[in-house]
Design a binder for this molecule. Structure first.
Ligand SMILES: Cc1cc2nc3c(=O)[nH]c(=O)nc-3n(C[C@H](O)[C@H](O)[C@H](O)COP(=O)(O)OP(=O)(O)OC[C@H]3O[C@@H](n4cnc5c(N)ncnc54)[C@H](O)[C@@H]3O)c2cc1C
Length: 434
C-alpha cells in the first residue's frame, strides 16, 4: 500500500514545490500551506474514488482486490487528514493577521461576475462538505458502529466527493491550469468525478456480475454454513484461492467470501461461511435452495500457482481462513501437475468438533509432500513465530501464505521478520475491508 501512496504524495508535493518556486511573497507560507493541504486532500480523495471502482487490471500489480481496498482506505484517511490541515489553516488567517499584519494573497484576488459568485459558492460548499467528511472518518474509525449502517452512509461518499471537486476546481489558482500541476489536477478530478458518477449509478463491478441460484446448503457445524451455487456457463471460472462478492439479498448487499472449491469448469462454486456477524449468523435459515443470487468476481491474488517453487512453503490457516487452502488442495488433486510440498498449519478452536480437520486430512492423503499440522487451542496448542521457527530449517528461503484472523497474521509476520526465518516472504489475505 505504502509503495503506491508514497510515490503518489511525492509527485503531488513535487509539483507543488515547482509552482511555489515561481511565486512567493508575503503570506506565502500561509497561502501555499492552504493550497498544498487542499491539493493533497483532493488528489488523495480522487485516488480513493478511483480505487473504489474495483479495478481488476490493478489486481496483479497491487497484489489483489483486498490490497486495493486497503490502499483505498488509507488514501481516504490521509485525504481527510490533509483536509483537516486545510481547514485549520483556513481558520488561522485571523491569528496570522493579528501577529504579522497584512492579508493573504489568495484573499486579495478578486474576480468579477460569475467567477466570483462561483468561488463564493465553492467556499461555502467546501466548508459544509468538510464537516461531513470529518463525521464520515470518525464513524469509519469507530469500530463499534455497525458495518451494515456504515455501508449505507459510505455510499454517500461519491456525492460528497463531487461537492469537494467543485470546491477544488473553482478555488485552485487560475495559473495552475497552464502548468503540470493543473493538468494532473484536471485528470484526477475527471477520474474521481467519473468514478463517483459510476458509483452513484450502481455500476461498480457490474460487468463482472453473474446471476445464479443456490444449488445446496449445508451446516457442517453449527457456526458454519456451506453454500454451493450454480452459476452456469456465464461464470468464467476462477483460480484457487480467489474470492467473490456474493449478494443473497439485494437489501443486504454483497459480502466477500473466498471460493472454497476448485474450478471444475461447470459453473459451480462452494463457499464456507462462518457466523461472524448479523447477516452470517444463522445464514442457513435465511437462504433457500433455488434462490437467485448475484456473484461478482472472481477477485484476489491469493493463488498458489504464484508460489516460488524454489522456496520452502509454509501455509497457515486460522479458522475460516482455511477456505483458500481447501480450494488449493482440491485444485492440486484435479490438476496434472507436480504435487505441492508444504508445511500446512491449521489453527482451530476445537479439533474434535471441527469437520474441516477431517476434510483437510482426507485432501492431504493424496499429497505425501504436505505436512499437515493441527493446532488445537482447546488443548493449549497455539501457533507462534517461535513454534514455526523451531520446526523450519534456519537460513532457508521460505515463503509463508497466511489466511486467518488479522491479529494472528500480524503477530506471526512480526515474529518471522526476526531470525532465523527472516528470509521469509509473507503473503496475507486480508479478510477485512473496513
Ligand atoms: C477477501 C475476503 C474474503 C473472505 N472470505 C470469507 C470466507 O471464505 N468465509 C467467511 O466466513 N468469511 C469470509 N470473509 C469475511 C466475511 O466477508 C464477513 O464475515 C461477512 O461479510 C460478515 O457479514 P455480517 O453481516 O454477518 O457481519 P457484520 O456484523 O455486519 O460485520 C462483521 C464484520 O464483517 C465485515 N463485513 C460485513 N459486511 C461486509 C461486506 N459487505 N463487505 C466486506 N466486509 C464486510 C466487516 O469487517 C465487519 O466489521 C471474507 C472477507 C474478505 C474481505
Amino acid at each position: 500500500m505504502i509503495r503506491l501512496i508514497l510515490p503518489f504524495i511525492l509527485v503531488v508535493t513535487g509539483l507543488w514545490a515547482w509552482s511555489l518556486a515561481t511565486s512567493g511573497g508575503p503570506w506565502s507560507v500561509y497561502d501555499q500551506g492552504l493550497l498544498l493541504s487542499g491539493w493533497l486532500s483532493i488528489a488523495l480523495l480522487s485516488l480513493t474514488m478511483m480505487l473504489a471502482l474495483r479495478p481488476a487490471w490493478l489486481e496483479r500489480p497491487m497484489g489483489g482486490l483486498d490490497k486495493i481496498y486497503r490502499t483505498h482506505k488509507w488514501a481516504g484517511i490521509l485525504a481527510v487528514t490533509f483536509a483537516a490541515a486545510h481547514w485549520l489553516i483556513e481558520m488561522g488567517d485571523d491569528v496570522i493577521e493579528a501577529i504579522f499584519g497584512g492579508v493573504s494573497r489568495l484573499d486579495d484576488l478578486h474576480y468579477s461576475g460569475l467567477i466570483e459568485a462561483m468561488r463564493d459558492a465553492a467556499e461555502e460548499v467546501g466548508e459544509f462538505a468538510i464537516y461531513l467528511l470529518f463525521a464520515m472518518l470518525l464513524i469509519t474509525l469507530w469500530r463499534k458502529f455497525p458495518y451494515r449502517y456504515w455501508r449505507y452512509l459510505h455510499r454517500a461518499m461519491p456525492a460528497l466527493y463531487l461537492l469537494l471537486a467543485f470546491h477544488a476546481a473553482w478555488l485552485a489558482p487560475l495559473d495552475w491550469w497552464q502548468q503540470p500541476i493543473g493538468w494532473l489536477m484536471a485528470a484526477l478530478l475527471a477520474g474521481g468525478s467519473l468514478a463517483s458518477v459510476l458509483s452513484l449509478a450502481g455500476r461498480v463491478g457490474r460487468h463482472r456480475q453473474v446471476q445464479g441460484t443456490i444449488a445446496a446448503i449445508g451446516t457442517p457445524e453449527p457456526n458454519i454454513t456451506e453454500v454451493t451455487l450454480d452459476l452456469g456457463q456465464a461464470w468464467q471460472g476462477h483460480r484457487p484461492g480467489q474470492f467473490a462478492m456474493v449478494t443473497f439479498n439485494k437489501l443486504e448487499g454483497s459480502h466477500p467470501f473466498t471460493i472454497a472449491s476448485a474450478d471444475g469448469g461447470d459453473g459451480r462454486v462452494t463457499f464456507l461461511i462462518k457466523s461472524l456477524g448479523d447477516f452470517t449468523r444463522n445464514l442457513a435459515h435465511k437462504i433457500r435452495v433455488g434462490q437467485p443470487v448475484t456473484v461478482e468476481g472472481p477477485y484476489g491474488c491469493f493463488d498458489f500457482n504464484r508460489r516460488n517453487r524454489k522456496a520452502h512453503q509454509i501455509w497457515i490457516a486460522g479458522g475460516i481462513g482455511v477456505t483458500p487452502f481447501l480450494a488449493w488442495l482440491e485444485a492440486a488433486s484435479a490438476a496434472n501437475q507436480p504435487a505441492p510440498e508444504a508445511d500446512l498449519h491449521y489453527c482451530t478452536r476445537n479439533a474434535d468438533q471441527d469437520p474441516v480437520v477431517g476434510r483437510l486430512q482426507e485432501l492431504c492423503q493424496d499429497f505425501p509432500g504436505i505436512n499437515l499440522q493441527i493446532h488445537d487451542s482447546s488443548k493449549g496448542e497455539s501457533l507462534s513465530a517461535e513454534v514455526l521457527s523451531a520446526s523450519e530449517p534456519s537460513g532457508a528461503r521460505t515463503e509463508v501464505w497466511f489466511c486467518g484472523p488479522a491479529g494472528l497474521g500480524r503477530a506471526l509476520e512480526r515474529g518471522l521478520r526476526a531470525a532465523p526465518l527472516r528470509r521469509s516472504r509473507f503473503h496475507k489475505e486480508a479478510f477485512q475491508f473496513r
